[in-house]
Design a protein around this ligand. Sequence first.
Ligand SMILES: [Zn+2]
Length: 482
Amino acid sequence: MKLKLLTLLFMLSGICGVQAQKMSRLKQAALKEAAALEPQVTKLSQELWNYSETALKEAKSAKLLIDVLKKEGFKLEENVAGMPTAFVATFGSGKPVIGILAEFDALPGVGNEPVPYKKKRADGVMSGQGCGHNLFGSASVNAAIALKRTMSKRKIKGTIKLFGTPAEETVVGKVYMAKDGVFNGLDAVIEWHPATTNGVNFGKSLAMNNFEVEFFGQSAHGAADPWNGRSALDGVEMMNYGVNLMREHVYPTTRIHYVIPNGGGAPNVVPDYAKVWYFVRDTSRANVEKFYQRIQQIAKGASIATNTTYKLRLITGVHSYNRNEPMMKAIEQNIMLVGTPKFTTEEQAWGKQLQKAAGKKELGFKTDIKKMPKDWKKVLPSGGSTDVAEVSFITPTAGFGVATAPFGVPWHSWATSSSHGTSAGYRGALVATKVLTLTGIDLLTDRKLLEAAKADFKKSTGGKAYKSPLPVDQKVILPKQK
Ligand SMILES: [Zn+2]
């Protein structure tokens, strides 16, 4: 009996050992698949950089990624949520369903040759990958492919969904996809973002409403018959004055900023049309709603006071990123397994030149890992907003950053556009491909991780269903295609 028990214990420990080994072998195999995709990671990164298409005009970029995924055997849904450049690529069947986000849009006006100083692109393209979405799109698509190949060879059950999400820079793509239920039915979503540091993302992003207010008046001669005029610009100025008084009564976490894209044509013409464009942000969605309501009252008051009429239009709105601790921990472990980009001496020298040109300390690219602090929930918000936040309120979501630009150079600038079109940027994208692939394997095969992620999600959302910040019937406004 004793012997039998011992034998049984030995057998059990043997099985566990084999499983642990198998697990690591599986991850090794997945990593190999990802590494083998290096030429394609570079190629797609480069082509998306060449295109550098801005929000909702990413026709060539979307087609490039769609074609690669189709060729690989993914099932494609195109023209999703009313956006011709939004798509979903699916492989496999059944649970779990793991999503990967891929962005690819560029920023207007920041295009630069891939050189360590400011120089307009020789091909005349003015837009640029100042946020590195060329690398984002390439790495995510390649990770989906590495996962698909590993799943096929190792007969792993489940579904991979690659989401082609356009117009992140205008905080639009995922907002409308979320509103249309495109992210429903997922078990978890992973994402990454180019950065100047390496590590899992733990900071708060800000919830936001982006809206414009148009005022309409009556034009007249500014000096000859001003009594016939009603100034639309007065409406804008009166509104801004009201909002600026309100500033003293908002929370320390609230941020309000505006520009006046239209304020009239000439001083001697009373403007019959003026427009002001606002962002209201806060760490909490509820606070954004609260001050948005007050600003709407201020706009109404301004129109009454200036005898003008007005029209307010909500362009887009997002939540604050809902972080998922079990997934963050899994990602951090995978970053440690993969390691940070191994920049060459030439690449580091190039990075220092770029930093010098941008007036920053010549420190090169970061190669250390910024660890997630224990009290990460207390870290102050970074200030930006992202439409990934919408996904994070629908399903457990987590992401990370990889150094793709030298430390300290201004983001969304000519400098980052340049770096994201070089071998150093592509090196970062390859690391991201690998980390996404390993985390995908974890989520597909580690039931405990997925359960923990779901429990954490339920706790943070209080079990409440996702509610879009936009009115149900609001449709995307597509830009005029050139
Ligand atoms: Zn970005």
